[in-house]
Design a protein around this ligand. Structure first.
Ligand code: SAJ
Length: 456
């Protein structure tokens, strides 16, 4: 097929890097479309609205070459690529025998597809990239596009092809990762293959649309279940008086074992969302996936419990409540990091932000410092102006994200800028001996330091 013009709907973390790669690397004419006018204006001014290494340079190159433009309106093109979010519904839960589960909100996919209908022509290719519940391409996207009077697989090509890139390494992975292209017909998969082959260096594999959708959700579900296992191991290690980080390192010496890292919880827009697509589709078949989601979603509560225990043991008290008041009441805590994972500026579904909210709900006075988004405004969260502002008057330093700049902090320098002598590291970034030498009592998640109460 001869692709000259591509229209990318959704200019977020996936759509913008993909659109600019097609423009700058493949040399296609690309129209990037976003319903948010401020995203379009930002791009038109030569700026970008997200942080991703190398992205600003690539977008500038794409725009300056004349190959990429941005608009709020869809136009005719040879191919359309949908990369809009598939979050879960905020105010509605599913229910299976009393077990509540989250439901996918497919509104953005449906309306982006509707926006293509008036511009769809014979011979066009439409690709859905948004991570979606299996059967979305055939059951949701196809019927909407066929309102045009054209038939999918006969008059136009229709595919599903998920991105698999890791935030922080998007531009490299976009080109190097293997791509699975699922068509509603083999010819559709072939057409999708030809489009991505204009820049993808990894293997490109053709299959059917529903298999490609399932592959994507399986990948992220596997990661979620494995992180839940690591989080459970960290709880067990505390019970047994073991350092989970050491234990995982040792277990991973086994050639067929690769345990992931425990942490404050699972955030972001993918791993904490996608497994619900399986649970929603078949709750009776997914008890393991459901439990993993429960474990990971409860990890912020577990961290808050550890903060309470840290204060109790430093004060020599034995109960999380003193005369009905939480031990956290009035405690000043410097929370380092609000992003959902290291070295990104994305705060969506961030367990760190949830921990801050939970601590505040128990009466703690938290000041949060997020170097990747210092001006972030999150409901009810007090942001520090810089690291010093966060730690200055704190009673405890709570490390929530393993940003490189936090991992590299010198405890001697920190000690001179704060009155806190208590620190809790939830991500295994700091060295206990070094922090002790600087005068801190450093506690770590997954390491036995205080008696862990047994469940009632
Ligand atoms: N996390 C842990 N322990 C770990 C690894 C991660 O607690 O050992 C946490 C992170 O801190 C974060 C969350 O899990 O809160 C998710 O982070 P991540 O790095 O595992 O994944 P994402 O959401 O940034 O990107 C994932 C990737 N999927 C897989 O690795 C299977 C990426 O390749 C996908 O393209 C992306 O989801 C997506 O868009 O679906």
């Amino acid at each position: 097929m001869n692709f000259q013009k591509l229209c990318v709907l959704g200019l977020g973390y996936i759509g913008l890097p993909t659109a600019s790669t097609f423009a700058a690397v493949s040399g296609l004419k690309v129209l990037g479309v976003d319903i948010n006018p401020s995203v379009v204006e930002t791009l038109q001014k030569g700026q970008i609205h997200i942080h991703e290494p190398g992205l600003h340079r690539l977008v500038t190159q794409a725009i300056q070459s004349g190959n990429m433009t941005a608009s709020t309106q869809v136009e005719e093109a040879d191919a359309f690529l949908i990369a809009v979010p598939t979050p879960f519904k905020l105010h509605e839960l599913g229910d299976y025998n009393g077990q509540k589960f989250k439901l996918a909100d497919m509104t953005a996919v449906a309306s982006a597809t509707e926006a293509i209908v008036p511009h769809l022509r014979k011979g066009n290719l439409v690709i859905l990239e948004s991570t979606s519940p299996p059967r979305t391409t055939v059951d949701l996207v196809r019927p909407i596009l066929e309102r045009s009077g054209l038939k999918a697989g006969i008059d136009f090509f229709l595919c599903y092809s998920a991105e698999r890139v890791l935030p922080g390494q998007i531009l490299r992975e976009l080109i190097e990762n293997a791509r699975v292209i699922g068509g509603v017909t083999p010819e559709s998969a072939r057409a999708g293959h030809e489009l991505y082959a204009t820049f993808v260096k990894g293997k490109i594999i053709e299959t059917d649309a529903t298999t490609a959708e399932m592959v994507k959700v399986m990948e992220n579900t596997t990661r979620d279940v494995n992180i839940a296992l690591a989080n459970e191991f960290s709880r067990l290690a505390e019970r047994f008086g073991v350092d989970v980080w050491e234990a995982i390192g040792l277990a991973n010496l086994h050639p067929r074992i690769n345990i992931l890292s425990p942490g404050p919880g699972v955030g972001g827009h993918c791993i904490s969302v996608d497994p619900w697509f399986f649970v929603e589709a078949a709750p009776e078949l997914t008890p393991l996936i459901y439990s993993a989601r429960q474990v990971n979603d409860s990890q912020p509560h577990f961290v808050v419990q550890r903060v309470e225990q840290a204060f109790q043991s430093s004060e020599g008290t034995h109960s999380a409540e003193q005369g009905g008041t939480s031990v956290l009441h009035g405690k000043k805590i410097a929370a380092l990091g609000l992003a959902y994972k290291p070295d990104v500026d994305d705060l969506r579904e961030s367990p760190a932000a949830e921990i801050v909210r939970l601590l505040q709900a128990d009466g703690a006075q938290v000041k949060a410092w997020e170097p990747f988004k210092p001006t972030a405004r999150l409901d009810g969260i007090r942001m520090a102006t810089d690291l010093n502002d966060a730690i200055q008057n704190a009673d405890m330093i709570l490390l929530l994200v393993k940003h490189s700049e936090f991992a590299g902090l010198d405890p001697q320098v920190i000690a001179s800028g704060t009155k806190a002598r208590l620190a809790l590291d939830t991500v295994n970034a700091w060295n206990v001996d070094e922090w002790q030498r600087a005068g801190f009592q450093l506690l770590r998640l997954g390491v036995h330091t205080a008696p862990v109460p047994r469940a009632a």
